[in-house]
Design a protein around this ligand. Structure first.
Ligand SMILES: [Zn+2]
Ligand SMILES: [Zn+2]
Length: 176
């Protein structure tokens, strides 16, 4: 499916082909093309996400490694930093919006991005919402507010990450 502008190219549930998505930072200097399908989705309550985003939790969509590609024009505006040994967060130099993360943990190589940074329609809603809405809450034990929804809430990482190496992921995990 072509990554056309507008609503076409979002979802693609009926085409039989992998869906594709578009995302961007707040100011639009950083744009990314995202190749589906979505692997998993979760709302992350870890203290790193809380503090780097300034939010109680962040809804992420997770994809296979290499699925998020910045457009060529975007590259000069992208900066990154490691918040863990194996988690690199990419953000816009201009508006500081966090656009995507690279998680090269052996056996779990993947990328993810805040659902909020995916393309929206004229009504402000994320076009691919049905594909990317959170399926659970992760690291819920670190929450700064209770969430009263019907989704599963995990103290740790979501299903599929049970053997994720916490030493790699959280070696710099802040406690204060
Ligand atoms: Zn920006
Ligand atoms: Zn997090």
């Amino acid at each position: 499916m072509a990554t056309t502008a507008g609503t076409e190219g979002q979802g693609g549930a009926d085409s039989g082909e992998a869906p594709t998505y578009k995302g961007s930072c707040f100011c639009g200097k950083v744009k990314v093309d995202v190749k589906g399908p979505v692997a998993t989705t979760y709302a992350c309550h870890c203290t790193i996400c809380q503090r780097t985003h300034g939010a109680p939790y962040i809804a992420f969509a997770n994809f296979a490694a290499g699925s998020i590609t910045p457009t060529p024009e975007s590259k000069e505006f992208i900066a990154c930093f490691n918040t863990s040994e194996k988690l690199v967060r990419y953000h816009c130099k201009v508006c500081a919006s966090h656009v995507y993360n690279d998680i090269p943990v052996e056996g779990y190589e993947c990328v993810d991005m805040p659902v909020a940074n995916l393309e929206r329609g004229p009504d402000g809603k994320v076009l691919a919402w049905d594909d990317v809405k959170p399926q659970c809450h992760a690291l819920y034990t670190h929450r700064v507010e209770d969430v009263h929804d019907e989704l599963p809430k995990y103290d740790g990482l979501p299903p599929g990450f049970e053997n994720f190496n916490p030493g790699k992921f959280f070696h710099s995990y802040p406690t204060s």
